[in-house]
Design a protein around this ligand. Sequence first.
Ligand code: QAP
Ligand code: CO
Length: 177
Amino acid sequence: MTKLDILHFPDKRLRTKAVDIDVIDDAIRLLIDNMFETMYDAPGIGLAATQVNFHKRLIVIDISEEKNEPLCLINPVITHQEGIEVMEEGCLSVPGFYGDVERAESITVKALDRQGEPFELTTDDLLAVCIQHEIDHLNGKLFVDYLSPMKRNRIRKKIGRMEKETAEQNTHRSSTL
Ligand code: QAP
Ligand code: CO
């Protein structure tokens, strides 16, 4: 299995709208496995294909403590939502930053599983928030879009500086090998 590279805000590719998957074949199942590996390694509780620069409608989630409840949703669609809830969110594409986001409290989502079988799930709390966060990714939307422009800009600048430092460290390392 392979760990995939995760795109970081403000990378433009995170703004791509993903398209539906029409054939769920072994190549897609391999991508699903690699996305789970990437998410567990991070560690994170959710990852959308958009974040690993694959622009098809596919998300993986595991909110369990033991990391033994993998949930894969292909072509997910929210068919019902109810209530409002504010939760502090983070994102593997926005490392080190967190912010409060208002979303539906409970949702019903229909999707295909890794065998291509349709299923429906009604849920609330963290899982409902996580599914909404990941579906946002498939539409090119990030949790920082819900924050104030000032907070979003501050995050953009700090991540920019961090990535510049990492790039400089890598240059240094390759020249001193
Ligand atoms: C989305 O996020 C989510 O900043 C999944 O340094 C998060 O897995 C939905 C992570 C919260 C609902 C509530 C973030 C890991 C992981 C970081 C994640 C970091 C390391 C985020
Ligand atoms: Co995210």
